[in-house]
Ligand binder design. Sequence first.
Ligand code: ZN
Length: 152
Amino acid sequence: MGSLDTSVPFRVFRCPKCKEFINTTMSQCRFCGSPVVASAAKAAVEVQTKLNAVCFDASYVMVFALGMVLASPFALGYLFPFDQLRGVIVFGLCFLAVPFLTIRSLWRIKTIDRPDEPAIRRAKPTLQRALAIWIVMIAVLVVIGIARMTSR
Ligand SMILES: [Zn+2]
């Protein structure tokens, strides 16, 4: 089987042999010349799609983690108490987004099962850091909550 059938859409993926980026319209890799097999190309495209999604999530998860930290004094009413609702909304969205993006990405990383992939090695510490900030934030909220209850 030399060329791909037309049911495979045009997608970019890494050559399984030389790891250069090629696409599904090629019958052989233009870098190393190894034949592109439809099933292998399809599997590689799936991995590449997941990798792209992980990179996308990792690039946004820190924005939400920092957004959560920055919104917390507003949400708690320490800054601009007259505008507390807006702070609560921003904080709430960030607070939900961090674990959602992190767990989704860590699950994708698990299903890709390629820990040595450079994109994964870059994304994973970012995801873990964002999750750590999220956990610290919960601890801070619990402490503040207890302090407020006992001072009443
Ligand atoms: Zn190749």
